[in-house]
Ligand binder design. Structure first.
Ligand code: B12
Ligand code: SF4
Ligand code: SF4
Length: 396
């Protein structure tokens, strides 16, 4: 979501500007960095808006391959997305900010606990968008008050390519898993951007430090990297469990395991995480109830309970039906027959998405004959659910 602060207008007669000399701009940059750190940002750097000119063909290749799946918003106006100057012709500098959210435990440990749901690290606390956006606005206002100019702030949801911009601003480099890797924080930086009309001194890119490593590529449970530095989002568990609206394609369901919202496998595999530091933001820290929630509990959430459990959490965004689809996929993968009762109850859910996922879960947990009896008794009117029954019915 992009939020221009242009309404505040440029402020003149500011404290740090004494005549527009290079020294003034350097002083502004130093003070800006200090201010960003005081606001809790872990990394800050400045890029030339033209620095990512080379990304346009790469973005186009990604879109031409259909790798964005049904994230249509990624395909809207790629020229704008690939260039800050097309998005806002007056921008002269892009200030990139990183906020450390390093986990306090091994994010992969929970994958072994099949009756518990694994929510990815970024979504175990409050929604980072809200927190970062507020701070970006505070920092942007401060900059305007000190040095004038006009600003716009972005975090995640606007048509801005944050990773290559952060790369150009020296925050780290885009690793083979396509995310930004930092020497100081490993894989665990959230990104945000302030576009300004001020011409601030640039930082230099760190360059790629992946070397011959390919740990992230090899760790992916769904083989979602067609090549290093390239992701096919349609195969990525993060996309499948968060962005994808319909039934999860059958070929990925088993590999999803107990990942019920996002995935951290490629991030966790990175050796640069040995320099990672635990995040200090209390609001982003894992809530106890979201660290390892029992699937049996999650399967019983009605709409009100879902909203209450995920207040201020990013998980709320997907809504109950998509979330329960994910929970049922994990139940199907749990190997725990005791969870079949939870899945059976959801055969009567109002949402066909949930009913279809319940069918799949039961097909994995019930003895063949018992599943066949249920299939015979089903008179679901929804085509998608009927297809699930047909696909899962044991051939005799
Ligand atoms: C769409 C999106 C997704 C999609 C697609 C991911 C993707 N890789 O594009 C899905 C839903 C899958 C997703 C998942 C995740 N996301 Co996401 N996502 C975004 C979003 C909104 C846009 C990204 C984008 O522009 N994609 C378009 C494609 C074309 O970009 P790309 O894959 O990076 O492709 C580039 C490379 O392939 C490169 N390239 C191609 N060939 C070559 C060759 C070489 C040699 C090199 C160097 C590069 C290169 O060129 C391409 C264009 O730059 C950004 C926020 C933003 N506005 O930037 C967050 C963002 C990237 N996501 C983020 C996070 C945290 C995640 C997850 C970790 C969440 C989770 N735990 O489940 C996963 C990680 C999955 C992964 N391995 O990427 C963070 C990443 C922070 C960081 N440190 O990098 C961001 C920046 C949000 C934020 N504000 O913090 N995400
Ligand atoms: S987030 Fe998970 S599924 Fe997606 S690319 Fe990384 S390891 Fe693969
Ligand atoms: S795991 Fe290896 S290849 Fe992947 S981003 Fe980290 S250093 Fe690069």
């Amino acid at each position: 979501m992009g939020g221009g602060l242009s309404g505040l207008g440029p402020l003149h007669g500011s404290r740090l500007l004494t005549g527009g000399a290079d020294g003034d701009l350097a002083a502004i940059k130093t003070a800006l960095t200090e201010q960003a750190r005081a606001l809790g940002f872990s990394a800050v750097g400045i890029a030339d808006p033209a620095a990512i000119a080379g990304e346009a063909p790469r973005l186009q290749a990604f879109l031409d391959a259909g790798a964005h799946g049904d994230m249509d918003w990624l395909a809207n106006d790629p020229a704008r997305r690939a260039s800050p100057l097309v998005l806002w012709s007056e921008v002269r500098s892009v200030i990139m900010l990183g906020l450390n959210y390093g986990p306090d435990e091994n994010p992969l440990a929970l994958l072994a606990h099949a009756t518990r749901g694994n929510i990815s690290v970024y979504a175990r606390g409050d929604d980072y968008h809200d927190l970062i956006k507020k701070r970006l606005k505070t920092l942007a206002r401060w900059l305007m008050a000190q040095a004038g100019g006009d600003v716009k702030v972005f975090v995640d949801t606007a048509a801005v390519m944050e990773k290559p911009l952060a790369d150009a601003a020296g925050l780290g480099w885009q690793g083979r898993h396509t995310n930004l890797v930092s020497r100081d924080y490993g894989s665990w930086l959230f990104l945000g951007a302030i576009f300004t009309t001020l011409e601030l001194p640039r930082d230099t890119a760190t360059g790629d430090h992946c070397g011959s490593c390919r740990a992230c590529l090899d760790s992916c449970p769904t083989d979602a990297f067609p090549a290093p530095y390239r992701l096919d989002a349609r195969k990525c568990i993060s996309y499948l469990t968060i962005e994808h609206k319909g039934p999860i394609p059958r070929e990925f369901r088993a590999a999803i395991g107990n990942r019920i919202y996002g995935c951290d496998d490629c991030l966790s595999a990175c050796p640069w995480n040995k320099f990672a530091q635990q995040g200090h933001e209390a609001r982003l820290a894992a809530r106890d109830e979201l660290r390892a929630p029992p699937l049996a509990y999650l399967a019983q959430l009605d709409d009100a309970a879902f909203r209450a459990l995920f207040t201020r959490s990013p998980v709320k965004r997907v809504g109950r039906a998509r979330f329960l689809r994910n929970v049922l996929t994990a139940i199907g993968n749990s190997g725990e027959p005791a969870l079949a009762d939870d899945a059976r109850r959801l055969l009567d859910d109002d949402s066909p998405l949930v009913r279809g996922a319940a069918v799949w879960a039961l097909s994995r947990l019930l003895p063949r004959a018992e599943f066949a009896r249920l299939a015979d008794a089903s008179d679901d009117k929804d085509d998608g659910v009927r297809e699930e029954w047909a696909m899962a019915r044991p051939s005799s």
